[in-house]
Ligand binder design. Structure first.
Ligand code: NIG
Ligand code: FE
Length: 404
């Protein structure tokens, strides 16, 4: 490996969370180019290796760059009016049935140009970046026509060009039944399977395909058709499942080898077992749980018992989780779901990487991609403990410091 001296960076005396564990002693971290090149306990570092390296920081907490593995970041408009309706007693499902909810964002998103969608989405992306995100998954699902779904995916890809962040895109055509298909859900699913998935795959616009398996959305049988079409086109699978009721969507997703089943408040033991057997990651979304004032808790103990990896994501969206602050999500996961801070952080790093099919990310180990965060705190648990902006000292993406 021949690297110019300028491309080597050194951090000293950092408390290191490696994506799974907090290391017991302060560490020295060497980055060469876009990779983590070396890790040493303080005192064991050979100072000759420091020659020519840029001294980039001392002290603080270093974590892998955060991975937000479930967002609906691209959309137009907002739903503050529905927030007020819910405060007056209307439920999320009632608002959806009355043509609001997801469909109100569909109307605004269809009417928006790509430029307008980029302008609307960048502040949300910037908020995630300012709180340590280096990889973000972005779903479509507010277009619900071939052209508008592809438009959303193009916007998501462009966001990754405009900012130093890795964007993974997911086609969520099966998010809601568009009004023009009222009473013809099977026809709409055919459009998703026969037009949207092939077009998104051919254009390289989608890394994965997601479904909303729920009474107010699509049945397990319809979701299964979407999974089959996605598999025919070589795309990874994900599911919104067991959010409001238990339809067995998570077990179905697991049977199809899905990367993740997300929400899962109503998941039962059989579903947990199916996910464990398939290696499907459980993506917890405490922002939606909080905003909808849910009371049904996801089966955290069963997930632990069966060793199902738990990821944690913002679900950033205009309806159920208008939250673009990963550290707040870590706090909510601990407070509401009783995750430990270590579990919450692993959920936003190592396990989130697996939920996106990116197992090399989300870890700080030699050879890993140098996506790192340096925080002005004493211990990693503080990230989940306190809700406070501005603690990110540096964000390192692909070895380059992009926030200081
Ligand atoms: O993940 N559950 C379905 N989809 C989103 C909500 C989308 C919306 O309300 O706009 C979710 O919670
Ligand atoms: Fe979602």
């Amino acid at each position: 490996m021949s690297l110019s001296p300028q491309s080597r960076r050194l951090w000293r005396d950092v408390t290191l969370f490696d994506g799974l564990h907090v290391l017991p002693v302060p560490m020295t971290v060497l980055v060469a180019g876009a990779q983590v090149a070396g890790l040493w306990p303080r005192g064991e570092f050979d100072e000759r290796l420091a020659a020519g390296a840029v001294e980039s920081g001392r002290g603080g907490v270093m974590t892998p760059g955060l991975i937000d593995c479930h967002t609906h970041l691209v959309y137009a408009g907002n739903r503050a009016d529905e927030f007020e309706q819910r405060l007056e007693g209307a439920s999320y499902a009632e608002i959806a049935k009355a043509g609001g909810g997801i469909l109100s964002t569909v109307r605004a998103t269809r009417a928006a140009s790509e430029e307008q969608l980029i302008a609307a989405s960048l502040p949300r992306l910037d908020a995630l970046l300012a709180d340590g995100v280096t990889t973000v998954e972005i779903k479509s699902g507010y277009g619900l026509t071939l052209a508008d779904e592809l438009k959303m995916l193009r916007v998501a890809r462009q966001l990754g060009e405009l900012r130093p962040v890795r964007v993974m895109t997911t086609l969520l055509g099966a998010h809601a039944l568009p009004p023009e298909y009222a009473g013809r859900a099977d026809d709409y699913i055919r459009l998703v399977c026969e037009e949207m998935i092939p077009a998104a795959a051919a254009a390289g616009l989608a890394d994965a395909v997601d479904v909303f398996c729920e009474g107010i959305a699509f049945s397990p049988a319809q979701c299964e058709l979407v999974f089959q079409a996605a598999q025919r086109h070589g795309l990874a699978l994900k599911a919104h499942a067991e959010q409001l009721s238990n339809l067995g969507g998570s077990a179905l997703a697991a049977r199809y080898g899905a990367l993740s089943a997300d929400h899962i408040e109503y998941l039962d033991e059989a579903g947990v077992q199916a996910m464990a057997a398939a290696g499907t990651v459980a993506v917890l979304l405490p922002g939606a749980f909080h905003c909808l004032r849910e009371t049904q808790l996801p089966p955290i103990d069963l997930l632990r018992q069966y060793g199902v990896p738990m990821a944690l994501a913002s679900d950033a969206n205009p309806g159920t989780s208008p939250i673009c602050m990963p550290s707040l999500l870590a706090n909510l996961a601990c407070t509401l779901f009783r995750l430990t801070p270590r579990e919450a952080l692993a959920g936003m790093t190592a396990h989130a990487a697996n939920a996106l099919g990116l197992p090399g990310l989300g870890r700080i180990v030699v050879g890993a991609s140098a996506d790192l965060c340096l925080w002005d705190i004493q211990h990693p648990a503080e990230l989940a403990y306190a809700v406070q902006a501005g603690r990110l000292r540096q964000r390192i993406f692909n070895g380059a410091v992009s926030h200081e």
